[in-house]
Design a protein around this ligand. Structure first.
Ligand code: NAD
Ligand code: TDX
Length: 317
């Protein structure tokens, strides 16, 4: 397959590019990424020399460019990771979230439709379902109730993707995963932020009372699931991907203190995020039933490895 990956210089996209090149000797990857503040070509160190890989700097909103790439490289599949992905930034500056996440996805869908692309994977998020209380799980049938400008823009993109399937018959599948952790994540996000601040001797700012819960999924488990959806996903369907691994923010930050050997006194409780979703938890029984996928990472081991990655990356920089 010839795969157009968008946003492949970011966290999940770069892990996915590596996953594909390592596991499929016949496949090639074109990586279209604008290199915003969140894109980092170091995430692709060691990949660039592979003759099956090509990087193009550009905007997913640029239809001409996307059209050209699809024709030039005879693309079979588009996997759209490109997005503005940080909730806090969406609260202070929502415009770019609509531009990239909504208009950008629409441009890709348009080109895919025109070119007769055989598969389009929209990478979405569990945040489109809103927030949970102490009990319950998001299923693929849960109502979309996005609470932040970020999740509202992702939900809008999902609705467009659905409409392109229903109206034009474009073969679109949508994945909605829970919070990913692992190597190559931008240090604005909880886990790398706490590790890098911890290493720099700074405070560890937890929003509110730190009791908010996220369902942590190792990034390579997500890549395996996306690969299954890319190969076997049914047109017009949504697949939830979760880690069965709920942790409060307090628990995560305390674990980081213990891994770094620093005092929990460094934790500082700061003003809460506006509209802060209390709990996310994903029911991924559909993808488990469909193809036997399960999260395989052992959290303790994968978390240790993740902390070590950031320690190495930021001390060797
Ligand atoms: P990221 O912010 O690390 O990477 C996003 C990438 O997209 C960057 O390389 C950036 O340069 C690129 N990009 C941004 N705007 C672009 C544009 N207009 N044109 C081309 N490239 C552009 O994000 P991530 O954490 O890797 O998330 C990837 C996708 O997965 C996103 O769609 C996000 O909504 C979704 N997601 C992320 C998580 C998570 O925990 N990180 C969980 C669920 C879903
Ligand atoms: O400094 C912080 N302190 C803090 O308490 C940061 C950055 C975060 N938090 C809290 C907010 C959340 O409850 O930690 C939790 C995780 O925050 P983020 O890392 O910003 O992730 P979240 O808001 O849960 O969204 C993430 O998961 C779903 C990704 O950023 C999204 O792109 C994805 O869709």
């Amino acid at each position: 397959m010839r795969i157009l990956v968008t946003g492949g210089a970011g966290f999940i996209g770069s892990n996915f590019v590596r996953y594909v090149l390592q596991n499929y000797s016949e496949d090639s990857v074109i990586n279209l990424d604008l290199l915003t503040y969140a894109g980092n070509l170091h995430n692709l160190d060691g990949v660039s020399a592979d003759s099956r890989y090509c990087f193009v700097q550009g905007n997913i909103r640029n239809r001409e460019l996307v059209r050209h790439l699809v024709a030039e490289y005879d693309i079979d599949v588009i996997v759209n990771f490109a997005a503005e992905s940080h909730v806090d930034r969406s609260i202070s500056n929502p415009d770019t979230f609509v531009e990239t996440n909504v208009e950008g996805t629409m441009a890709l869908l348009d080109v895919a439709k025109e070119a007769g692309i055989s598969k389009f994977i929209q990478i979405s998020t569990d945040e489109v379902y809103g927030a949970l209380g102490k009990t319950g799980y998001f299923t693929e049938e849960s109502t979309l109730q996005p609470n932040s400008p970020y999740s509202a823009s992702k939900a809008s993109a999902d609705m467009l993707a659905r409409a392109y399937f229903e109206t034009y018959g474009l073969d679109v599948s949508i994945t909605r995963s829970s919070n990913n952790y692992g190597p190559r994540q931008h240090p604005e996000k909880l886990i790398p932020r706490m590790i890098t601040r911890g290493l720099a001797g700074k405070t560890l700012p937890i929003y509110g009372d730190g009791q908010n819960v996220r369902d942590w999924l190792y990034v390579m488990d997500n890549c395996r699931a996306i690969d299954l959806v890319m190969c076997y996903g049914r047109a017009g369907e949504v697949y939830n991907i979760g880690g069965h691994n709920e942790r409060s923010n307090n628990e995560i930050v305390r674990l980081i203190c213990s891994e770094l050997g620093i005092s929990e006194d460094r934790i500082e409780y700061v003003a809460d995020r506006l509209g802060h979703d209390w709990r996310y938890a994903v029911d991924s029984s559909k993808i488990e039933r469909s193809w036997g996928w399960k999260p395989e990472a052992n959290f303790e081991k994968a978390f240790k490895k993740t902390v070590q990655y950031y320690k190495d990356y930021y001390t060797n920089k």
